[in-house]
Design a binder for this molecule. Structure first.
Ligand code: IVH
Length: 671
């Protein structure tokens, strides 16, 4: 009894601590403890909750991820409608609006304005009851949205519980409004990953954020670094704030992430200056904004001004021109990627787009260039979408005489091998595996996305390559401080630091090494799945395509490509050499799944069980060493079916996979 009470107390304490440190980290951006210390607290709570499922509470920080996928989202009515904003684009229109506000208020009282960045993300409403997050929804049509609570819970910048000052009672109901967004750094990483996995890239951060929020599997949402800026309240009653500025402060003090660039203005001229200032400063932010929102501060004035067609008369969006510009296209150049793909890119007369000077832009492939009819010598429109590499939209004037449609070179610009265009693919490729570009691009990928070597970036790798100091992955690990010091700009300290980072990368897990090897069709997800399935490079190298296909998510083509890569002597040699240099070519002890009586068995869960939630059943099986997969395959030891098994049940019956009921599950778990 007393031990239950003490673990209960400790669990509550841990939850409070974890919430507090998440808030320090994600809202205030001022962490007090290291990631390692945070993980230790988190693991302690997981252990307590696993030992006693009674302790689990739905707001526990451990519940942020891992909920089971839903089939679709429930529609929910917002407590008060989520309106939209009328836009203005000029100082004159802004001044006219301020004049109208003054007239409608019909008195000489002062009007104070608040400006804040207009975040280009996805609008959400968050409902807190008695200070606890109970539901969150997308905007939908403004009256009814979709209940995406499980996904919102994966966003660490969203408080699951308000941080109330000591002694303060939480409001019975509070609806908070905000914008969920994907930071540009996260957007770039997401697209890199999608490209590596051969999937469609997200066109801009707004689509990526909206799409991430509407994922049916919250684990996918949880894997995207989404964040939020809270910018107001919907339904609220009895709060002390008298205006928007106070309300933002009140929210900030209670743990909500409000934007630090909000500002208060006494005159509309000051508002206009802020709008222009931020048009040039927006490139400094790690998120997209497409203007400033201007709000009348006083709640009393807001109420008197009211709304027209659900557009408040007390607010306007000051929007900037889209981030595009026109400029001459000087040349189309080719970069050969690490897989041999020939990527065309545009060299442009430098031009300013949204506060950034642009002189290069991506062009996807020959077909795309010709579909848009882009020719060297044209004046083209370039567009920046979310601070990613600018894109060429198309020509803006008729072609000048003497220009001609673009043709891919017949030979690789680097090694002169004859270029091929495989059937059904959009990209031209250099088939020469010894082409120098591949080595260089593989190195860039290795130090960047794959092994993430701090302080060693693309620029340094290019210099090392052109100086002939490093021409292969193993070569990187043979680089000496003395050699680095010979490069201009490298002193003893910076050289030693770089070498130390390279050394440290030997501790990176096997899955990252696999990713860095540049095996065709192996992106993040596949690399991780291969690593955990085979455990060692040796076993993976010895596997047949059929065996590789047994890995979750690996189809016949990919399995074939992976096996082929490992059947090449040179590639095997590379793996061996990396091993002898000290890189990890097997899964580390800490990453290994738990050993237990069910090790080696794989179960699939379906339908509704009476005594367990899907997550509890999964956790209990995994704790005994079993694997729990999402779909039935030849490797499935058994399907555990509750009420309403559906398609998995018929698939298992067809495949002759044993079907177990709840009683058998209970027996498996030791009663
Ligand atoms: S206040 C009545 N503040 O812009 C709506 N909205 O067209 C009042 N947005 O979907 C909204 N940043 O989600 C407000 N700082 C901000 C905003 C913001 C982005 C979005 C909002 C809405 C759209 C309005």
């Amino acid at each position: 009894m007393s031990s239950t009470t003490s673990s209960e107390q400790r669990a509550a304490e841990l939850r409070r601590l974890l919430d507090y440190h998440l808030y320090r980290y994600h809202v205030l951006d001022e962490p007090e403890i290291s990631d390692g210390e945070y993980d230790a607290l988190f693991d302690e709570l997981v252990a307590l909750e696993e030992a006693d499922p009674e302790l689990v509470d739905p707001d526990s920080p451990t519940r942020r991820v891992g909920a089971t996928p839903s089939d679709r989202f429930q529609k929910v009515e917002h407590l008060s409608p989520m309106g939209s904003l009328e836009k203005v684009t000029t100082d004159e229109a802004l001044a006219k609006w301020a004049e109208d506000v003054r007239k409608r208020l019909d008195s000489d009282e002062p009007v104070v304005f608040v400006t804040e960045p207009k975040i280009d993300g996805s609008a959400v409403s968050l409902v807190y009851e008695e200070g606890v997050f109970v539901r969150g929804a997308t905007r939908g049509d403004g009256r009814r949205g979709e209940d995406v609570s499980v996904n919102l819970k994966t966003i660490r910048a969203i408080s699951l519980r308000m941080q109330l000052p000591p002694g303060e009672r939480p409001p019975p109901v509070l609806e908070v409004r905000g914008e969920v967004y994907l930071p540009l750094s996260g957007f770039r990483k997401l697209n890199e990953r999608l490209v590596a996995e051969g999937k469609k890239v997200a066109p801009n951060p707004r689509n990526a954020a909206a799409g991430s929020l509407r994922q049916l599997d919250p684990r996918v949402t949880g894997s995207r670094p989404l964040a939020i800026w809270v910018h107001g309240m919907g339904h609220h009653r009895g709060l002390p704030a008298t205006g928007h500025w106070n309300a933002l402060e009140w929210l900030r003090e209670r743990g909500f992430r409000t934007n630090p660039h909000a500002a208060r203005h006494e005159t509309i001229e000051s508002v206009a200056s802020a709008c222009h200032l931020w048009e040039t400063r927006r490139a400094e932010l790690d998120y997209e904004i497409d203007g400033l929102v201007v709000k009348v501060d006083s709640f009393d004035q807001q109420r008197r001004l009211g709304a027209l067609h659900e557009r408040p008369r007390w607010a306007r969006a000051f929007k900037w021109a889209p981030m595009s510009a026109e400029t001459p296209l000087l040349a189309i150049n080719i970069r050969v990627g690490r897989t041999g793909a020939l990527n065309p890119w545009a060299s442009l007369e430098p031009v300013e787009v949204g506060g950034v000077t642009v002189s290069t832009a991506t062009l996807h492939n020959e077909e795309d260039i010709n579909r848009k009819d882009i020719r060297v010598g044209d004046v083209v429109r370039v567009q920046r979408a979310g601070d990613v590499i600018p894109q060429v939209v198309g020509p803006v004037l008729p072609h000048a005489p003497g220009t001609s449609p673009f043709r891919m070179p017949a030979r690789c610009p680097l090694c002169d091998a004859e270029v091929v265009k495989p059937e059904g693919e959009a990209m031209h490729r250099c088939p020469n595996r010894a082409c120098p570009s591949r080595g260089l691009e593989t190195l860039i990928h290795w130090v960047g996305g794959a092994l993430d070597i701090e302080g060693v970036g693309e620029q340094l790798v290019r210099r090392l390559w052109s100086e002939g100091l490093v021409r292969s992955l193993p070569g990187l690990y043979r680089l000496t401080t003395a050699q680095l010091e010979e490069l201009q700009g490298y002193g003893t300290i910076s050289a030693a630091k770089a070498i130390e980072s390279i050394e440290r990368s030997k501790e990176q897990p096997f899955r990252r090494v696999l990713l860095g090897l540049n095996i065709p069709q192996v992106g993040w997800v596949t690399a991780a799945a291969l690593a955990s399935h085979f455990g060692t490079a040796e076993r993976l190298a010895a596997a047949s395509p059929e065996e590789i296909q047994e890995v979750d998510g690996v189809g016949p083509d990919r399995a074939e490509a992976i096996a082929e890569w490992f059947s090449d002597d040179e590639n095997r040699g590379l793996v061996e050499e990396l091993r002898s240099l000290g890189l990890r070519l097997e899964v580390g002890e800490e990453e290994r799944p738990k050993e237990g009586p069910l090790t080696g068995r794989t179960y699939v869960l379906t339908g509704t069980l009476e005594g367990y939630t899907r997550e509890d059943a999964r956790a209990a099986l995994e704790a005994l060493g079993a694997k729990v997969a999402d779909s039935v395959s030849r490797k499935t030891t058994g399907l555990i079916a509750g009420e309403g098994g559906g398609s998995k049940l018929s698939k298992a019956q067809k495949a002759g996979v044993p079907v177990l009921g709840e009683a058998e599950l209970r027996a498996l778990l030791g009663g």
